[in-house]
Write a protein that binds this ligand. Structure first.
Ligand code: HEM
Length: 541
């Protein structure tokens, strides 16, 4: 008996509904599972049906289109239905239907502005994915961000995580960071030397901040000299490769399950670029570090348990990937914060002048600022400028997703277990309920003792009780158990670089360079992409 296209429908529809239920309940996302459920299963249906029917092409088209059509109807119907657990949260239809919507927006780079706009339109909690909420409210920061594990995008193996984090905590302890100061000092001296050679030239300061941060991370994490600052170039091509790779990450951060597919696709098309290159250079650096032995007290020394504190040594591949993680996680972020800080200081000459006065009062003349880093932690205006720059432009503009493990409330809304939630750093840092007045303006004074600042940048004076400064929602490094492992190192570096450059040079906007372009060029690609910051530098001594 021959089966017509209509006869095969119940079989295919039934299979598609079953597979939908498998997806809904178990969320299989591996490459083999996807191939089995989305390619092999409809293929098997074709074979079953084709035995009774000679029109193979018609059967293939019929089976596959029915199969995918029913799957799509089930998925979309559920995501848009009032029975979906997140149905009560507002958000654009595109977001409710698929994360592809946000992934598409992410490729343009202005995701931070887009999400801020969504909050302006829909309120404090926005459904930004079928199963994901963006929040600009203090409440989840104090609970969910602190306690919940990372979402699918991150180190998810909770069994090995505590041990990894223990090594990181040892490697970022006060004593360990003290050992890194000499590495930082040598990079900064190199930076001063290189900039002195370029006096009178116009330079892109944001590039130099990246060179500095990479060199410091290379030295600090793996005792590897990248020599970017010495040469004024991206010597290994690593900076460029990370930037290229990060554009993939911007997409993958929205659709974590796409990562194995991207990597498979990369292998199939013989892609030698981006992450594979980053991996190769990092692996070489790690190998060289292992061969050098554990004598040097860099971060790697602690990651590989050089002091023999653990009963079982961490596996070398974990140590290697953590060493590379330090370079990737710690370079762009600190460099971004430094570049934003210089941008705001150039935009606000009075702030630049005040910072210069604070630095010169502590380091008169050509005093070497790298001899005493401890003092820099106590410099109020310096720290206020850094925090204010990170408030307006947190280097990680969108917070990382956290997985809600048991049902909870956000403000007055019920959020079921299994939902993903993130605090939108960029939006929440500029919310006038938490930072007032002038939440969109660079005003370092808001970080200083409250009773001394009532004069706004405009010269207007307001009563003290009108000032709002809620440090609980200042989360550029995130918060809780998953807080940035390198926070203290980042502060050490940012303070030291700002102090040294402002003490040794007059840094001014290059003629013809439009500072206005800076904020337009900021791109949220998971980490931040920046445009050029063209300045002239003149040595003061
Ligand atoms: C201004 C500079 C920096 C900023 C703004 C920053 C920000 C962040 C943020 C937002 C996270 C995600 C935390 C979460 O899961 O919610 C993170 C994680 C991390 N950061 Fe940083 N970071 C900076 C510098 C550094 C440096 C210098 C290092 C290395 C020395 C570093 C190492 C790490 C590591 C290892 C993690 C993963 C921690 C974990 O999952 O337990 N970061 N950082």
């Amino acid at each position: 008996m021959l089966l017509g296209p209509l006869d095969i429908q119940p079989l295919v529809v039934g299979a598609a509904v079953l597979v939908y239920l498998v997806y809904k309940n178990y969320e299989p996302a591996s490459v083999p599972a996807t191939l089995a459920l989305q390619v092999a299963l409809p293929g098997a249906l074709v074979l079953v049906v084709q035995r009774h029917n000679s029109s193979v092409l018609l059967i293939i088209i019929g089976v596959y289109s029915t199969y995918y059509g029913i799957l799509a109807i089930c998925v979309l119907g559920y995501r848009l239905s009032p029975t979906h657990p997140l149905a009560s949260f507002p958000g654009p239809v595109g977001c409710r239907v698929s994360k592809l919507w946000m992934a598409h927006k992410a490729t343009y780079g202005n995701l931070h502005e887009y999400v801020r706009g969504l909050h302006a339109k829909y309120g404090d909690i926005v459904r930004v994915g079928p199963n994901e909420l963006s929040v600009r409210h203090e409440d989840p920061i104090s609970r969910i961000m602190k306690d919940c594990p990372k979402g699918p995008y991150g180190i998810t193996d909770l069994k090995i995580y505590p041990k990894r984090r223990r090594s990181w905590n040892r490697g970022t302890s006060v004593a360990a960071v003290k050992d890194y100061e000499e590495f930082l000092a040598s990079v900064i001296r190199q930076l001063i030397g290189s900039l002195e050679e370029r006096q009178g030239q116009t330079i892109d300061l944001s590039k130099w901040m990246i060179y500095t941060a990479f060199d410091f991370m290379g030295e600090m994490a793996l005792s590897r000299q990248f020599n970017n600052v010495k040469t004024g170039t991206d010597t290994t091509g690593l900076i460029h490769a990370i930037e290229v790779g990060v554009t993939q990450l911007a997409w993958a951060a929205q659709i974590p399950w796409s990562l194995p597919f991207l990597s498979l696709l990369g292998k199939m098309i013989g892609d030698d670029g981006s992450w594979r290159y980053v991996q190769r250079v990092s692996t070489e650096a790690v190998k060289a570090r292992i061969e050098a032995g554990s004598g040097r007290r860099d971060l790697f020394h602690h990651l590989m348990d050089g002091d023999d504190l653990e009963s079982v040594k961490p596996p070398m591949d974990t140590v290697a990937s953590d060493g590379a993680l330090a370079i990737v996680a710690g370079s762009d972020t600190s460099a971004t914060a430094l570049s934003h800080c210089f941008y705001f200081l150039l935009r606000n000459p009075k702030c630049m002048q005040r910072l210069r006065e604070e630095i010169e009062s502590i380091y008169p003349g050509a005093t070497d600022t790298t001899l005493d880093f401890a003092q820099q932690a106590e410099m109020p205006y310096l720290n206020a400028c850094i925090n204010e720059a990170m408030r307006l432009y947190p280097p990680v503009l969108t917070g990382l997703q956290k997985l809600v493990t048991s049902p909870t409330m956000i403000d007055t809304h019920y959020v079921p277990a299994g939902s993903l939630v993130y605090a939108h750093h960029f939006t929440i840092h500029r919310d006038s309920r938490y930072f007032y007045p002038v939440p969109d303006e660079f005003w370092p004074d808001r970080w200083l003792v409250q009773d001394t600042y009532t004069v706004l940048p405009s010269g207007e004076v307001i009563p003290h009780d009108q000032l709002i400064h809620n440090r609980n929602v200042f989360v550029p490094f995130s918060i809780g158990t998953r807080i940035c492992a390198g926070k203290s190192i980042a502060y050490l570096e940012m303070r030291a670089v700002l102090c040294a450059l402002i003490q040794m040079f007059d840094v001014t906007k290059a003629p013809g360079f439009a500072l206005d372009q800076w904020e337009d060029n900021v791109k949220d690609m998971f980490i931040t992409f920046l445009g050029p910051l063209m300045v002239n530098i003149k040595a003061k001594y």
